[in-house]
Design a protein around this ligand. Structure first.
Ligand SMILES: C[S@@+](CC[C@H](N)C(=O)[O-])C[C@H]1O[C@@H](n2cnc3c(N)ncnc32)[C@H](O)[C@@H]1O
Length: 416
C-alpha cells in the first residue's frame, strides 16, 4: 500500500533532521566542552593553578580536538544523503512499498531499499528510555533544524555502536552476543554443507550497524538485516559501502562525559574502525539491509495466506531487539509467520521495554521473561538451549561505571 503524502513528508523531515544532527554535532559538543573552560575561569587563582598543574586545562583542549575529529568523521558519513532516496531539497519524494521487493540488493551490495516511512525511533540501549520522539509533520523545507539533546544523545550512541560492531575494542561484546547466536545457527543447520548455506535465508531485524548480519552472511547464509533508525542506517551505509581500509577512521566515542573516568585514557582513547574490511565478504555471499519498520515490512497482513513474507525465512536472529516491541504479541506472531516450517528463531537480549512509560500515547505491553517464553510456546515455538548471558552493551570498558545485562538466550523452533 502506498504511503500517504503526509507520511512521506514526515519521513523526509525526520531524515533531514537526523542529517542536521550529524552536521551540528561539532559546534554542539564543543559548546558543551567550553562550559568546562568557562567554569574553570570562575575559580580562584590558587585553585586554577592547582588544576592546571594536574593537566585539567590540557584535557579540555584535548577533548576539543577529539570532538573535531569525530565531527570530521560524521560529516563524511552524511556527505551524500541523496543515496538514501531523500533529496533534502525536493518537495515530494515518491516512495512506495512495492519498490521494496523489486529493489532488494544482492550480493556485495549494501544499498538500502526503502520500505517507505520508517517512523524512526532510534533507541540506544541506554538507561534513559521512555521518551519516544516522533519527528512530527511539517515539511522538508523549513528553517534549519535545531537538534535536541535527545538527538545528540542518539548520535553519541551511534559512535559507541560503531565500537560495538566495527572495532577491535568491541570484540569482547560481540563475542558475548553474536558468537552464541552464530553458533546456534550453524548448529541448527549442521547437516547442510557450507556451500549450500546460501540457500537458507536469515533475517536480522533491528540490525543496528549491521555486524551480526554481515557475520552471518560471511558464514555463507543468505542474510538480510532490517533497521529503521536513520542514525543507524546512515552509519552502517557508510561503513559497509564507503570504507575500503581496515582502521581507516579514528573516532573518540567516550569524550562526551568527564564522569567516572579513572584516567585520561578512559576518556580520550582513540578507537579505530573498521576492524575488518566490510567488502571482504565471502565470494558469492548474499547480504542486504532493508530500511524500514520491521512490522510494516515483514508483517504486512497476518491474515493473508498469500502474504509474500510468509514462510520465506529459515532463521530469524533477534539481538537486543524484541524489547523494542510496542506489542510483543505482534512481533512474535510475525517472526513465527515468516519462518518456514522447522525454521529457527534465535534470540538474545534483555527486556528493557522501549515503549514503557512513553509520552507519545503509544501502546506498550511489558511482559516478564517467563511470560515472553509462555507466549512464544502458545504461538507455536519449541524453546531449547535456554541460558543467561551476561553482557555489556556499548559500555566504555574503562569507565568506573558499567551496566551488565543478564540477557536471555534461546533457540526456538517453529513447530506448528
Ligand atoms: C538495542 S538496538 C540493537 C542493535 C543490534 N541488534 C545490536 O545488537 O547491536 C535495537 C535496534 O532495533 C532497531 N529497531 C527498533 N524497532 C525497530 C523496528 N520496528 N523496525 C526496525 N528496526 C527497529 C533500533 O533502531 C535499534 O537499532
Amino acid at each position: 500500500m502506498p504511503f500517504t503524502n503526509e507520511q512521506i513528508d514526515e519521513e523526509q523531515t525526520h531524515f533531514a533532521n537526523v542529517v542536521a544532527t550529524f552536521q551540528q554535532y561539532g559546534p554542539y559538543a564543543l559548546y558543551a566542552n567550553n562550559r568546562r573552560r568557562k567554569d574553570f575561569h570562575t575559580l580562584p587563582l590558587g585553585d586554577r593553578e592547582l588544576l592546571e598543574s594536574l593537566g585539567y586545562k590540557e584535557r579540555i583542549n584535548a577533548v576539543d580536538k577529539a570532538i573535531m575529529a569525530n565531527a570530521e568523521f560524521l560529516n563524511l558519513v552524511i556527505a551524500n544523503p541523496e543515496i538514501f532516496g531523500h533529496d533534502l531539497d525536493e518537495d515530494e519524494p515518491h516512495l512506495d512499498i512495492h519498490e521494496v521487493e523489486g529493489s532488494e540488493q544482492g550480493a556485495h551490495s549494501h544499498d538500502y531499499p526503502q520500505a517507505g516511512p520508517s517512523h524512526s525511533h532510534s533507541h540506544s540501549h541506554s538507561h534513559s528510555h521512555g521518551s519516544h520522539e516522533h519527528a512530527h509533520g511539517g515539511h522538508a523545507k523549513q528553517k534549519r533544524y535545531k537538534p535536541s539533546e535527545h538527538d545528540m544523545d542518539k548520535l553519541r550512541s551511534t559512535l559507541k555502536q560503531l565500537v560495538r560492531d566495527w572495532s577491535v575494542e568491541g570484540k569482547s561484546e560481540r563475542d558475548a552476543c553474536y558468537e552464541p547466536m552464530k553458533e546456534a545457527l550453524v548448529q541448527h543447520f549442521s547437516d547442510i554443507p557450507i556451500e549450500e548455506r546460501r540457500n537458507f535465508r536469515v533475517l536480522v531485524p533491528g540490525a543496528g550497524l549491521g555486524r551480526l548480519a554481515w557475520d552471518v552472511a560471511n558464514l555463507g547464509f543468505a542474510c538480510q538485516g532490517n533497521e529503521f533508525s536513520h542514525f543507524m542506517l546512515l552509519a552502517s551505509f557508510y561503513m559497509l559501502n564507503r570504507t575500503n581500509k581496515v582502521d581507516m577512521h579514528t573516532i573518540y566515542p567516550y569524550v562526551h562525559s568527564f564522569s567516572n573516568n579513572p584516567n585520561n585514557e578512559a576518556l580520550l582513547r582513540p578507537i579505530t574502525i573498521p576492524d575488518v574490511l566490510p567488502s571482504s565478504l565471502l565470494e558469492g555471499s548474499e547480504f542486504s539491509l532493508v530500511a524500514g519498520d520491521f512490522e510494516e515490512i515483514y508483517g504486512t497482513d497476518l491474515n493473508d495466506p498469500e502474504e509474500p513474507q510468509s514462510g520465506q525465512w529459515d532463521a530469524v536472529l533477534t539481538c537486543f531487539f524484541i524489547d523494542t516491541a510496542k506489542n510483543i504479541v505482534n512481533y512474535l506472531r510475525i517472526i513465527h509467520r515468516i519462518l518456514a516450517p522447522g525454521g529457527v528463531w534465535i534470540n538474545l537480549g534483555p527486556l528493557l521495554w522501549h515503549w514503557e512509560g512513553n509520552t507519545s500515547n503509544d501502546p506498550s505491553v511489558e511482559l516478564t521473561l517467563e511470560e515472553v517464553k509462555m507466549l512464544a510456546r502458545k504461538i507455536g515455538f519449541e524453546i531449547s538451549n535456554e541460558r543467561t548471558i551476561n553482557t555489556t552493551y556499548t559500555n566504555n570498558a574503562q569507565s568506573m561505571l558499567g551496566y551488565e545485562y543478564h540477557a536471555a538466550f534461546w533457540t526456538a523452533t517453529k513447530i506448528v
